[in-house]
Design a protein around this ligand. Structure first.
Ligand code: IMP
Ligand code: MG
Length: 203
């Protein structure tokens, strides 16, 4: 018999894979709360886009889990596309200058586009991307972001579909990584030994 219990249903740190355990602080959003919110967002999008077939544009790689789960709560015709970007600057500070590593596969002109993003911190990455996408003349362009860091945005980002507002600590899980690890956790947790976390704790 195959064990079907997977990491995305865990709500405590007890059963976290051993290599991660000592590096995580408190759980910020539990897996069950994430799943409920994702379902709710899917409901609202289903209602708002009735009669349309929107395109979800996921920003790799962080938004991959979110997009996969969200899309299954959207009861509409739907298409996926993905972009991959990297921002110039250090690993923790976004400069606002974004390099496109992978562009859209298809034109979006005249289409209803929903950008699916994992987390908005300064907002500079998304600000750049939105300008870039707007120039391709979609019929509409909205943002669906699962997490946003309260009070940290340096540019106003109109988030039409918003999940959770969280604190300034560096967080991982549910697609979010630190050096590519931790994406496979079902919940969002603080990464203990990170400069952003230490700065938040000092403040
Ligand atoms: P922004 O341009 O400052 O809004 O940065 C957005 C990007 O930085 C996100 O798409 C994430 O990839 C990454 N990021 C920001 N904060 C965190 C965090 O706490 N954990 C993991 N990644 C983060
Ligand atoms: Mg991201």
């Amino acid at each position: 018999m195959v064990q079907t219990r997977t990491v995305d249903h865990l709500d405590t740190l007890d059963d976290v894979p051993a290599p991660y355990r000592s590096e995580l602080g408190e759980i910020v959003v539990r897996a069950s709360d994430i799943q409920q919110k994702v379902a709710d967002l899917g409901e609202v999008i289903t209602r708002d886009y009735e009669g349309e077939e929107p395109i979800l544009v996921g920003i790799l790689k962080g938004a991959s889990l979110f997009l996969a789960d969200l899309s299954r709560h959207i009861r509409l015709g739907l298409r996926f596309d993905f972009m991959a970007v990297s921002s110039y600057g250090s690993a923790t500070k976004t400069s606002g200058i974004v390099r496109i590593l992978k562009d859209l596969d298809h034109e979006i002109e005249g289409q209803h586009v929903i950008v699916v993003e994992d987390i908005i911190d300064s907002g500079l990455t998304l600000n750049y991307l939105l300008r870039y996408l707007r120039a391709r003349r979609p019929a509409s362009l909205e943002v669906c972001a699962l997490f946003s860091k309260e009070g940290r945005q340096r540019v106003p980002i109109p988030i039409r579909y918003e999940g959770f507002r969280i604190g300034p600590e560096f967080v991982v899980g549910y697609g979010l990584d630190y050096e590519e690890r931790f994406r496979n956790l079902g919940f969002l947790a603080v990464l203990k030994d990170h400069p952003e976390t230490r700065a938040a704790r000092r403040a």
